[in-house]
Structures are given as C-alpha cells and as structure tokens.
Ligand binder design. Structure first.
Ligand code: G3I
Length: 511
C-alpha cells in the first residue's frame, strides 16, 4: 500500500493540532472533534495524544514530505556529530547541513534531539581532546542552537561491548582516572569525563536559561537481562552512572536514550523485562527515550510481516506503559535507506521519498492510538528490579506514590515539555469506596500555561483555572477504576506542574 494516500489526511491532522496552539487565553473547549478523530493517523499525532514524541533520524537528503507528516521529532543522523561540525580547539563550524535539519524541524513543528557531543567515534578534530577543549565544544554547540534543541546527547556510547559493565578504554575514556582504585569513577578524587562533560553542559544550560535537556545515550542497555536470562551488566553500569549524576547534589542528567537497535546479538535482543528496565530508570526521575529504534527482521525468523510488527508493538507498549518514557525515535525512514538495510528493521520500504508502510508501521500506529493505558503501577517488591531506595534516594515527592487508602481520588500527572509547549498525560483514580458517575477534575496553573487541545476529556480554562470534564465514554469511575486523558498546552517561562488537583471538588492525593 502506498503511503501517499494517507498523507494529506495526516497533514490536516497536524494543522488542526497546531492550530490549537494559536487559541488565545480564556475559556477553551477543545475536545478533539470529528476532524481530529478522523485524521489522527500519523505516528506523531498519535504519540502526542499519548504524551510522547515519535521521531525519526534524518539527513538533509532524506527530507521528503513524509518526515514532517509522520513524525514530530527529528534527530540528525550524522550532521551534528563532531566529525561534521567540530573545528580546532572546540570550535563549531560547517553547520549548514545541521541547520537545514533544524530549520526543517522548526517549520514542521518537530522537536530536535542533538546527536551527539562527546563520543569516541566520528569525533573528527575533537578526537583526543582534553576536558578543557571538550568543555569549550560543549558550550559552543549548546549555544549554537540554544532552545531549538529540546534534547542533546551529551555523552554517547561510553560503555564497553560484550556485557562487561566496564567503560570503554579508548579516548575519551583515557581521560578517566580511578584515583583510589575502587573500581568506579565516582569519587571526588577520580576523574570522570562523563561527570565533567555533563557538569559543563549543565552549567551552560543554567547560565543561559536554556530549556534543553541533557541525555546520555547507549545501546544494549535496554533489558534488565540479556539473551539467556543473565543480568544485563551494561545496563546496570549505566544505571549507576545515571543514578549518580541525575540525583542531588549533581542533577546533571535529565534523560537516558536506550538506542534500541534490536538484532540477534545476544545482548541486543528484545527481552520481556524491557518495560521493567525502562521503569527502573524512570523511577530515578529521568526521562527515558528509545532513541534509535530499529528491529532486525531476523528476530522474527525473517518474517518482516507479522513477526516484526509484533516486536514493534511490544517495544512501543513497553514505553507507553511508563509515563516517563517520553519519546521514541526510529533510526531512519525506510529499510533500504537504513544503516542496517540488510536487516530491514524500519517501518517503511521504498526510497527517495516514495515509501510504503509495512505491517510494523500499522502495529506501531495502533499501539500508539491505544495510549498509555494503566501506567506506572505502584511497584511491588517482586516487580521492583532495583535495590529498594532508601528514603534519601527517593525521587521527587511527586514521583512517590502516596497511600492509596486515603482520600477518594489520586492523580498522576506527567508532562513532556519543549521550548514553548508541552503535552501532559493525566490519570485520575477513584480511591474511595463509592462509584463516581460523572467527574470533573480541576487545578490551577502555577505559571502562564494555556491548554490548547485535549483528548478523552473536555478541558476548559479561564485565567489560570482549568477544569477537565469526563468524555461521554469515561464518565463512570467504579471504586479503584482510573480514567486517563491528555492535553497539549503552550507556556512561557517555567512549566511547573500543578500542585493540587480536585475531583468533583475534593482534593486528591498525588502519586
Ligand atoms: O557521506 C559519505 C559518502 O560521501 C561516502 O561515499 C560513503 C562511503 O562509505 O560514506 C558516507 O558516509 C557514511 C555516513 O554514515 C553517511 O551515510 C559513513 O561511511 C558511515 O560510516 C556513516 O555511518 C553512520 C554511523 O553512525 C557511523 O558510526 C550511520 O549513517 C549512522 O546511522 C550511524 O548512527 C549511529 C549513531 O550515531 C549512534 N548509535 C549507533 C548508530 C548506528 O551505527
């Protein structure tokens, strides 16, 4: 089936959704109408409704219309790597191709992930640099694009292959020094290029009031286990790094990219514990992305139809089930144009702007349209793969489940924020003992947020007071039942979450 017939509808959907962003202050009633419901058939629109982005890696030569029509996030495949843009002494040069991609993304309402700053490969003139030069480069690239870049991969592929759990041993790892020889690089006397690179990036972000989020990115860290069921030591090692540098007092890392290049390497397979591993990182308070997704058709016995589609469905569902899994990026548009063309791991066939959707595309779209469902259940000991956090290690209060027995309602709220807008996913649970027939959830914005569109509820805003009323099909909340809805909003300044929600006038606990 050719993709072209569906594309004009998809374009309409994006126009409708972005038109919502133009709605001025005051009361708005923005439940998706028939036009949106009928035309929500793009990966980006379906993902936005579920509160995440769905993006693609692209190059200037591959910017066919499908990129802006299907996806709402873009990662330059090679054009922001130091090999392409680093000059001597940490300067930035030759950014024409990268600029083309950033401009395309801006013109098509896509957010950008910068890829990548510090990496042993494709390092160009940065290769062998000392930390001071790396810091100059980090500052220069951050300031070059500023808030046009929503997420930056600050450090890429720092850990070794073959599930050793060790760091790599070539540059920039040659900068590392384990001063007290205790096997890690976390002590104050140690030298750690990961820490120092993120520290520099954080300082630049803070000093310049940037909203850019800082990510660490790697492959083979997706599952809690690898093929055969043994521990994924590489993922465990990455977890320790993220834990160390995302919590107080450092708070350098905002996000983790699981590259998700799934193939038949024993360390790169799709495991049943993918979701649990996403959740363990998410519980540190960081966002998790599947940042370079492709799925080798070998994983389904060369069945590029149903088998591969089911694998995609499983991976997308794992992300949807964790509210802090805020984005998925496929590593290219079509099989033949992929870095892994022989493995046929993407969502389209075809080339040069003429693409055909695969079964995997349909599976992903269907799964995205189902939305997040029941997300983030309170972990039970058997579900919790991490050592039980001590109170001082607990994530932020809003991430900490509160006692479900108190009050009559509980609300979870998560947002995915970019420069001037965000989507949010809200789940309201009836924790009382009586059924609720017809609900209305209200809150007050702490800033100047303005809801511009909503789904699965009718949302109205007056000043900074917001009310979300049930849709006709989710009015009934039996004891223990939940309803989920989402919305898109604009803001400027800061985008703090509401501090309190009330269900039919009664204050809810947060969890
Ligand atoms: O542009 C030249 C072209 O002029 C020349 O004729 C041709 C000859 O081989 O090479 C072209 O450059 C290639 C470039 O991709 C652009 O297509 C390079 O050889 C090739 O090495 C490079 O591969 C890239 C690879 O990173 C390098 O490590 C892939 O496109 C890119 O998809 C891949 O992306 C990485 C992520 O950055 C990190 N995670 C893994 C992922 C896949 O390897």
């Amino acid at each position: 089936m050719s993709s072209s017939s569906g594309l004009s509808k998809i374009r309409s959907a994006l126009v409708v959704l972005s038109a919502g962003a133009l709605v001025a202050a005051g009361a708005v009633s923005l439940q998706p109408g028939p036009a949106q419901a009928a035309t929500g058939d793009s990966l980006g629109v379906a993902a936005a409704k579920a509160g995440l982005f769905f993006g693609v890696a692209a190059s200037p030569g591959r910017l066919s219309s499908i990129v802006g029509q299907e996806f709402n996030q873009l990662t330059p495949e090679n054009e922001m790597k130091p090999e392409a843009i680093a000059g001597s002494g940490g300067t930035v040069q030759n950014t024409g191709n990268a600029d083309t991609l950033v401009n395309y993304a801006q013109n098509n309402n896509m957010i950008v992930r910068g890829h990548t700053m510090v990496w042993y490969s494709q390092a160009g003139s940065l290769s062998g640099a000392n930390q001071s030069t790396l810091n100059t480069y980090i500052k220069n690239v951050l300031l070059k694009w500023g808030n046009k870049i929503a997420y930056w991969d600050v450090v890429n592929e720092s850990l070794d292959d073959n599930n050793t759990g060790n760091r790599r041993n070539q540059w920039p790892h040659t900068l590392d020094k384990d001063a007290n020889n205790d096997g890690d690089y976390f002590d104050s006397t140690d030298t750690d290029y990961i820490r120092d690179s993120f520290k520099q990036a954080r300082q630049v972000v803070q000093a310049n009031n940037l909203k850019t989020k800082l990510c660490i990115n790697d492959y083979d860290i997706e599952g809690l286990t690898v093929k055969g069921g043994s521990k994924n030591k590489k993922s465990d090692a990455m977890y320790e790094i993220v834990k160390k540098y995302s919590q107080e007092p450092t708070k350098y890392i905002d996000c983790v990219g699981f590259q998700a290049h799934f193939n038949d390497n024993p360390n790169s397979v799709i495991t049943d514990d993918l979701e649990a591993n996403i959740r363990r990182y998410a519980e540190l308070g960081v966002e998790v992305h599947l940042s370079e997704l492709d799925i080798d058709d070998d994983l389904s016995n060369n069945d590029i139809g149903k088998g591969q589609a089911e694998n995609y469905r499983k991976v997308v569902r794992a992300c949807l089930n964790v509210s802090k899994c805020t984005g998925i990026t496929v590593w290219g548009i079509s099989d033949s144009e992929s870095w892994r063309s022989s493995e046929r791991g993407l969502l389209f066939t075809g080339s040069n702007g003429s693409y055909t959707k695969k079964a995997a595309y349909t599976a992903v779209l269907e799964e995205l349209k189902k939305g997040r469902g029941t997300v983030d259940p309170t972990p039970t000991p058997s579900e919790d793969p991490t050592p039980t956090p001590t109170p001082s290690e607990d994530p932020t209060p809003s991430d900490t489940p509160t006692d479900p027995q108190t009050g009559t309602c509980r609300v979870t709220y998560s947002d995915n924020t970019w420069n001037s807008g965000f989507t949010a996913a809200v789940t309201v649970e009836n924790t009382g003992s009586d059924a609720i027939d017809g609900w209305s959830l209200s809150w007050t914005w702490p800033g100047n947020q303005k809801v511009t569109s909503a789904w699965n509820a009718t949302v109205t805003q007056s000043g900074n007071q917001v009310t979300a009323r049930n849709a006709s099909y989710n009015n009934l909340l039996a004891p223990g039942a939940k309803a989920s809805f989402g919305f898109q909003a604009s803001y400027s300044g800061s985008n703090d979450a509401p501090e309190q929600f009330a269900l039919n006038g009664e204050t809810c606990s947060l969890g």
